[in-house]
Design a protein. Structure first.
Length: 366
């Protein structure tokens, strides 16, 4: 990385020298050593840091992204005449030629996004899609997160001819479901690819393509609006849990990666540093002022299926707000802190990501 490139990035992240630790090695407060850290970033990440936010540039970028996701989806789904085969973590599934009675296990987001009718799914009143699911009278399939098992009797009672599941369960769960009806599994963390692969598996590839293009259209709108209003100011996501605080990295976490990949928000240098971490990105309260974030998103607590105590996490956040270190964060000083809905931000799927993008836009894009 040349001097001009680094100087430009320093002006973007708004930091001249920062003290931080990577893999146990202390980095002194010098531009030269900070540049060394920047040089450790992969070429892909360095390229991401220099993208433009014009309409034309975004269209080119998203067209390539669409082609990449389509290529990945085609590796998972094979169409041979009227036979469709889905490859997944547990093996392969020959999709039934007709599927009128679909049961969904934690793939409710992409199924709803594709507007595919289904009988039952896994959700509760805390789920971010609860209103949509209950309005469609979707039956509830119970999941025991402690034992990672599903209520097979409830599934059987629906008399499904196809089961769509997230591949976060183990082989035994898949085998049990597959005995009830043909079962296809998808990696929902790869939400765009899974959307396309699911639509191809269901024999409606055009629907998946149109829906993904709609997703990119929304991302483009939010991205241009945000950059018009906050420019090159830095944005970070901090997650407060019962016993720790996490600063999420630039490109290595599927909870906040969309902020930087799709919206091209600028990271503080400390967020780029977190890309090198091999841990869960926990940081101490004492390090918060070093974050140098101009805009800060706060997620406190856990997702809708967790038994962890969200109240404790919220109390921890309130305690942090009373600490003098909290008030040294630039975003706090400037009144640029937004608390987001953890049940949405911890979820996977394009509907969840659309809600998350909108929450950033509503806060700082208008």
């Amino acid at each position: 990385m040349n001097v001009n490139t680094f100087s430009k990035l320093c002006s973007v992240v708004g930091i001249v020298a920062v003290a931080f630790t990577i893999s146990g090695c202390n980095i002194n407060q010098t531009n030269e050593q900070s540049a060394q850290v920047m040089g450790q970033l992969s070429p892909k990440v360095q390229g991401m840091l220099h993208r433009q936010n014009t309409s034309e540039a975004i269209d080119v970028e998203f067209a390539k992204r669409f082609d990449d996701k389509m290529a990945q989806a085609k590796k998972l789904v094979t169409v041979d005449g009227d036979t469709i085969t889905v490859k997944h973590k547990f093996g392969t599934t020959v999709m039934p030629k007709t599927h009128q009675r679909i049961v969904v296990i934690r793939m409710e987001d992409p199924i709803l996004a594709l507007d595919v009718p289904f009988l039952a799914g896994n959700y509760n009143p805390n789920h971010y899609l609860y209103e949509q699911l209950s309005a469609k009278d979707i039956h509830v399939i119970s999941v025991n997160d402690d034992s990672k098992t599903i209520n097979y009797e409830q599934v059987q009672a629906e008399e499904p001819d196809l089961i769509i599941m997230r591949d976060s369960f183990d082989q035994n769960v898949y085998n049990a479901l597959n005995k009830i009806a043909p079962t296809a599994a998808f990696d929902l963390r790869q939400d765009e690819t899974s959307l396309l692969a699911l639509s191809m598996g269901l024999g409606i590839p055009e629907t998946g393509e149109l829906r993904l293009r709609e997703y990119y259209s929304k991302a483009k709108f939010y991205r241009m609006a945000l950059h018009e209003h906050i420019g090159d100011k830095t944005v970070a996501l901090l997650r407060v849990l019962n016993k720790e605080i996490r600063l999420y990295p630039y490109s290595k976490n599927d909870i906040n990666r969309f902020m930087y990949e799709l919206l091209n928000l600028n990271p503080p240098l400390m967020v780029l540093e977190a890309d090198f971490s091999t841990t869960n990105n926990a940081i101490s309260l004492e390090r918060l002022p070093d974050m140098k974030a101009d805009y800060l998103l706060i997620s406190s607590g856990y997702g809708p299926s967790s038994k962890q105590n969200n109240k404790i996490a919220q109390n921890r956040l309130e305690s942090m707000k009373r600490d003098e270190l909290w008030h040294k964060i630039p975003a706090v000083q400037q009144g640029h802190v937004e608390e987001v809905d953890t049940t949405v931000w911890n979820a996977h799927g394009i509907l969840a990501k659309e809600q998350s993008m909108k929450s950033i836009y509503d806060a700082w894009g208008k």
